[in-house]
Design a protein around this ligand. Structure first.
Ligand code: IMP
Ligand code: MG
Length: 217
């Protein structure tokens, strides 16, 4: 008997198009978002490298949380891309919630001021909570968030962060699942924005200095 879970066959043409960058080459900027190309200096982490890392993190999380009830808490907006990819690499029943905090506005340097713009929809008492963060810069945002979440008495509270910047770290944080360590430069793509742009780039990139011109901060 056929089940509806049987794999759907993909026409050869489509399959090739979807894996066009699987040779490890960097995607061409023009091929992705032409309008962003003039602002991008270079790609720091390729789509392929990100996807490999996300898969590895997902496998570790799957092993560590087997048999438990995991709740992923995404920090908006930046973590939405990582959340979508990572959650599909975690082969466990999952629940999702989101928080939105503000520390930056359009500026490229942290203010140290953290505001909760959107709180969790659900209680986390007694739950295994994994906070999903796009990037840790000064650590101030996450430090504030973890303190806040701890007061709600989760069974466990850990962090997965795709990127962590070196040398500028102001707060010591215990990050259970770390992706890439990068220099303390401002980056965009894979959820990260500058002035709400560039979030949909599938790679992490550095902007040209001109791209910041005229922006607040
Ligand atoms: P922190 O409080 O300094 O650790 O800042 C963390 C938050 O600032 C992240 O969750 C991002 O939303 C934002 N952020 C930090 N560095 C960058 C960057 O290089 N590009 C885009 N957003 C960033
Ligand atoms: Mg963030």
């Amino acid at each position: 008997m056929k089940t509806h879970l049987a794999p759907v066959s993909v026409p050869a043409e489509t399959a090739r198009a979807e894996t066009a960058q699987d040779d490890g080459s960097l995607p061409t900027l023009v091929g992705h978002v032409a309008e962003y190309e003039r602002d991008i200096d270079r790609i720091l982490i390729s789509e392929r490298e990100i996807q490999d890392m996300v898969r590895k993190l997902g496998e570790r999380i799957t092993e560590d949380y087997r048999g438990r009830q995991l709740l992923l808490v995404g920090v908006l907006k930046g973590a939405f891309v990582l959340m979508a990819d990572l959650s599909r690499s975690i082969r466990l029943p999952l629940m999702f919630d989101f928080m939105d905090v503000s520390s930056y506005g359009a500026a490229t340097h942290t203010s140290g001021v953290v505001r909760i713009l959107k709180d969790l929809d659900h209680e986390i008492e007694g739950r295994d909570v994994l906070v999903v963060e796009d990037i840790i810069d000064s650590g101030l945002t996450l430090n504030y968030l973890l303190k806040n979440l701890r007061t709600r008495r989760p069974a466990s509270l850990e962090v997965v962060a795709l990127l962590q910047k070196t040398s500028v770290q102001q707060v010591e944080l215990d990050i259970r699942y770390e992706g890439f360590t990068i220099p303390p430069d401002f980056v965009v793509g894979y959820g990260l924005d500058f002035d709400e742009r560039f979030r949909n780039l599938p790679y992490i990139a550095l902007l040209k200095p001109e791209a910041y011109a005229g922006a607040p901060g």
